[in-house]
Design a protein around this ligand. Structure first.
Ligand SMILES: Cc1ncc(COP(=O)(O)O)c(C=O)c1O
Length: 481
């Protein structure tokens, strides 16, 4: 990690933002004075001033005249958080793809005010840096465009991934890393390597609709495991499921699961690695969102796995560049099969883009880029939670994730989030209705808000409007009572 003086303030801001999000620094609490903090941390006064300004810009703290800096206070209007999702049901065949496709098409429509997608807006990425890396790769590796690539991907890329994996606590052998066209493709290869049509896959509940679409296309059955909005998938419930059902693979996002934003505590990650090793069941671990958390949440389950049962999948689509379309997988004991499937199903690899991504991953300033992104999205997530608290019906619950740009909203039980989706569409606003995040029909009163896109006055107004419209879809007893 870099600690150049010009990024020290970002590091400090990031640490403080983490403490605020974790609740260690409570809303309304007074922060150390600039001089005190400079003395405590052994940094200059101007570093602290810059850090406080960054947090102020991010609306995480506020300066009060002649009193100092305070954690931005939303004490009076903090909405409750959702509870752990319910006990496992039977495994279900999946059928979410047509509604999911509709949501995605709307989410990407420029005429729609969208909370549907989960990718940061281009302006949040270091676009010039990405462009320069791609043109540098094209200059330096001209020949690669007019020849078939050979082998298992650009070694530079696989080395860069192995180096980045150190931040996840993993020591990977670059020779065993397989490049893919994104993280979803990596997961698809893993599922194909370890399952047959009709098999059962255990995963978080609710889960990413991209995963459900994948299961649907591979004719797999989903077994949804109770998941806590802060602690992630319940390892106890998973253990019970492995005892009672023929689970062939587990698919999990231990850091910032989509849509709950949960982060498994380190001890649970260790237990999960032990569990899958004992039962001989592969765990497909998705680490796509790890850079959106501070270092305390980044350690991968894979780092506790000595038996090769954890298949690590990732990409930088959410944190650096979705357009480069390069991801990776290190598939543990299934590496030869995954490599074979990769060659059969997607031919070979896009050498030039891998080289560009390797360049980006190895440049100094990568960490500070992630920190900037984290701080920028933390501010809007905080603001959006405040809008939910003010504008949505009484009894609405909303997650408070330690990073990322996704909120999961539970309207009062019995509310109809599909009706809300339709009502929003009439006003050119897109939300993602809870129904597409599960095969169980349990989340019909829920919705996901993706806050990575545009964030301006129009979006704020649109979110308030979603809250107003939500009053119309309440169950009878609540709306009249
Ligand atoms: C948890 C998770 N994994 C993977 C992906 C897809 O990643 P990629 O764009 O690299 O294929 C997404 C995108 O929404 C996601 O939320």
């Amino acid at each position: 990690m870099d600690r150049a003086p010009d990024t020290l303030y970002l590091h400090l801001a990031d640490q403080l933002a983490g403490s605020i999000r974790a609740g260690t620094l409570a809303r309304g609490e007074r922060l150390a004075s600039v001089r005190e903090l400079a003395r405590q941390r052994g940094v200059s006064v101007s570093t602290v001033v810059q850090a406080y300004r960054t947090l102020e810009d991010a609306r995480l703290i506020e300066a009060r005249p002649r009193s100092g800096y305070f954690v931005a206070g939303r004490a009076g209007r903090r909405p409750a958080e959702p509870d752990t999702t319910p006990l496992p049901a039977q495994a279900q065949l999946v059928a979410v793809s047509s509604l999911a496709a509709k949501v995605m098409a709307l989410a990407n429509d420029p005429d729609v005010l969208s909370f549907g997608a989960v990718c940061p807006d281009a302006e949040l990425f270091q676009q010039e840096r990405v462009r320069r890396a791609v043109s540098r790769a094209a200059q330096r590796h001209r020949a690669s465009l007019c020849r078939y690539p050979s082998g298992s991907g650009a070694l530079e890329f696989r080395r860069a991934v192995a180096r980045q994996a150190l931040a996840l606590g993993c020591q990977l052998d670059p020779e065993r890393i397989v490049s893919t066209t994104g993280c979803q493709a990596a997961i698809s290869l893993c599922l194909r390597a370890v399952t047959q049509p009709g098999d059962v896959v255990a995963l978080e509940s609710p889960t990413s609709f991209g995963f459900l679409e994948l299961l649907e296309s591979l004719h797999l059955r989903a077994l949804e495991i109770p998941t806590h909005p802060r602690q992630g998938m319940s390892v106890d419930a998973l253990s019970l499921a492995l005892d009672t059902q023929p689970v062939k693979a587990v698919l999990a996002v231990p850091t910032l699961s989509n849509p709950l934003g949960s982060c498994m505590p380190v001890g649970e990650r260790r237990r999960l690695a032990q569990l899958v090793a004992q039962r001989g069941v592969p765990l497909i671990e998705d680490v796509i969102y790890n850079p959106l958390c501070g270092p305390e949440h980044r350690r991968a389950v894979r780092s506790f796995d000595g038996s090769g049962h954890v298949m690590l999948c990732g990409s930088y689509s959410k944190t650096m560049t979705p357009g480069v379309r390069v991801g990776y997988v290190e598939a543990g004991r299934w590496t030869p099969e995954v490599r074979r499937l990769k060659t059969v199903h997607s031919g070979s690899f896009t050498e030039l883009m891998e080289l560009a991504l390797a360049d980006l991953l190895l440049q100094p300033g990568l960490e500070s880029g992630f920190r900037q992104l984290r701080t920028a999205v933390a501010a809007r997530v905080d603001e959006a939670r405040g809008i939910v608290a003010e504008s949505f019906p009484k009894g609405t619950r909303v997650t408070d994730p330690p990073g990322g740009f996704i909120l999961w909203v539970e309207l009062p039980p019995g509310s109809d989030a599909m009706a809300l989706f339709e009502a929003c569409l009439c006003e050119r606003i897109c939300i993602a209705p809870g129904a597409i995040f599960s095969t169980t029909g349990r989340y019909r009163h829920c919705l996901r808000l993706g806050l990575g896109g545009r964030w301006d006055e129009a979006q704020r107004r649109a979110l308030r409007r979603v809250g107003e419209l939500a009053h119309r879809v309440l169950p009878e007893a609540v709306s009249t009572g």
